[in-house]
Write a protein that binds this ligand. Structure first.
Ligand SMILES: Cc1cc2nc3c(=O)[nH]c(=O)nc-3n(C[C@H](O)[C@H](O)[C@H](O)COP(=O)(O)O)c2cc1C
Length: 155
């Protein structure tokens, strides 16, 4: 199996793109091979080639998945993600009623499809602060740890 970790991001004003860059940098520092793509340019079938993947997304109008992520969301159903580890994070805003709900929708879909959540959903309020960066570091480590456990057939 490929050892790459995929990072797929949706970003309108740049925060989530920066988070995706931060994750790529941290994972690379930890010796991982990373492949990062913007969500509307991403072919969902490529998920199958990854060891695991991380989705980074904002939430739009009334807690919705961003428009440019809708094709990706629908296409998830066309690939066999059984047992595939994933993590979800992203910046949205607590000023809105449905804080970060796009991540919840993605999580529900991925659980339904049989993928394995390697780390708790990490919602970030607007710009990532130092505590958020520490949580992103922990998320990277959890993804790596989960991959190792899976390689040893322990999960
Ligand atoms: C029109 C509009 C609607 C939004 N709706 C929501 C929402 O329903 N829930 C939420 O958590 N954040 C909402 N946000 C906040 C964005 O998700 C937040 O600003 C995010 O950091 C943007 O990420 P980006 O810089 O990667 O585009 C909304 C922002 C805008 C401009």
């Amino acid at each position: 199996m490929n050892s790459q970790i995929g990072i797929i991001y949706a970003s309108m004003s740049g925060r989530n793109e920066r988070i995706s860059e931060y994750l790529a940098q941290q994972l690379t520092k930890l010796g991982q091979d990373v492949d990062r793509h913007e969500i509307s340019q991403f072919d969902t079938e490529k998920l199958l080639t990854y060891r695991s993947f991380i989705i980074v997304s904002y939430t739009y109008h009334d807690g919705q998945i961003p428009d440019e992520a809708l094709d990706f969301f629908d296409d998830l159903q066309t690939v066999d993600l059984t047992g595939k580890p994933y993590a979800l994070t992203g910046s949205s805003s607590i000023k809105h009623e449905y804080f970060g709900r796009a991540l919840d929708y993605l999580d529900q879909q991925l659980v339904h499809l049989g993928a394995f959540r390697a780390s708790a959903i990490l919602k970030i309020d607007q710009d990532a602060n130092r505590a958020d960066l520490a949580r992103l570091d922990a998320l990277c480590q959890q993804v790596i740890d989960f991959n190792q456990l899976q390689a040893q057939h322990l999960v």
